[in-house]
Ligand binder design. Structure first.
Ligand code: NAD
Length: 293
């Protein structure tokens, strides 16, 4: 039987509608939520991500401070720009699009963002708060995965969840969130050092893949009736496509014949990430209001 498709586009739009209402309330109080979006260089995938984030901000009634910097921008110049944004009372969130060029130390840049404006939840203070179950921003993509599971009433408590990928933006935070008491999952985190990945994936009630490897997970690697969440977004050359490439996930869509639930790419986790970024910006702006009171 074919899997139920987990529709991140529709759920993402619902979240964006709620954010829009929150923005209206903030505007009545004289606050226009604003995200500074910093892009260094012209990496085509990054340009496209930044464009869609800015479009989404505008649609939600928010402002964006669009900072497109040349590839030659130095680390000191970037640090100085972030320092100004940290001080700017009209900017509530700061996003530096990853990756930055090789001559810039990305970690140094992330650490320089004021934690109260760290809407991506990449700063060590934000990450620490998340791991310790303290209040703070949740990282957008992992949060999106959790909300999709909730929307489709997938039982997570006690489930065997296998994650492929240990990045700081997806695998690591997701594992940390899923072991919270409120989710109560048993988590296995696989990575490039894992021996016999299929041995683990075949045990998964819920398999979450964030490896950055096009269609890496095949049908023979998943358990019948499992939930498969594909976080991957890959561009693979395709001469028959208008743009010369096609976008695919880290999971071969053939698994939808064996899985019970499956996220499509595009239209699964991706739209959730943007929606939750908007939500974090609105929350950052609302927090400023609380401080002002
Ligand atoms: P990354 O490259 O930083 O990390 C990939 C991880 O996968 C690594 O930890 C590595 O150990 C693991 N890995 C790679 N190949 C493996 C293999 N053969 N076997 C086992 N483990 C393997 O990637 P990332 O930033 O976490 O992104 C992963 C994917 O998710 C990419 O396709 C990216 O474009 C996508 N992504 C999507 C969203 C979204 O909004 N949907 C957000 C972030 C990332």
């Amino acid at each position: 039987m074919a899997a139920i498709i987990m529709d991140g586009k529709t759920l993402g739009l619902k979240i964006r509608e709620r954010v829009k209402e929150k923005v209206l309330t903030l505007k009545e109080k004289g606050i226009i939520p604003c995200l500074a979006v910093v892009l260094v260089g012209e990496n085509p995938a990054s340009v496209s991500y930044v464009n869609s984030k800015e479009k989404a901000l505008a649609e939600a009634g928010m402002e964006s401070r669009d900072l497109r910097l040349p590839e030659s921008t130095t680390e000191d110049q970037l640090l100085s720009i972030i320092s100004d944004l940290n001080k700017d009372k009209n900017v509530h969130g700061i996003l530096v699009q990853s990756p930055v060029p090789n001559h810039i130390d990305e970690e140094k840049i992330i650490f320089s963002i004021a934690p109260e404006k760290d809407v991506d939840c990449f700063h060590p203070l934000s990450v620490g708060n998340m791991v310790l179950d303290r209040e703070g921003f949740l990282p957008c993509t992992p949060h999106g995965v959790l909300l999709l599971l909730r929307e489709y009433n997938i039982p997570v408590s006690g489930a065997n969840v296998v994650i492929i990928g240990r990045s700081n933006i997806v695998g690591k935070p997701l594992a940390n969130l899923l072991i919270r008491r409120e989710y109560n999952a048993t988590v296995t985190l696989c990575h490039t050092g894992t021996k016999d990945i299929a041995h683990h994936t075949l045990q998964a009630d819920i398999l979450i893949v964030a490896a950055g490897k096009p269609e890496f997970v095949k049908s023979n690697m998943i358990k019948e009736g499992s939930v498969v969440i594909d976080v991957g977004i890959n561009r693979v050359p395709d001469s028959s496509a208008k743009k010369g490439y096609r976008v695919c996930g880290d999971v071969d869509p053939e698994v939808s014949e064996k899985a019970a639930f499956f996220t499509p790419v595009p239209g699964g986790v991706g739209p959730m990430t943007i929606a939750l970024l908007l939500q974090n910006v609105a929350e950052a702006a609302a927090a400023i209001m609380t401080v002002k009171k």
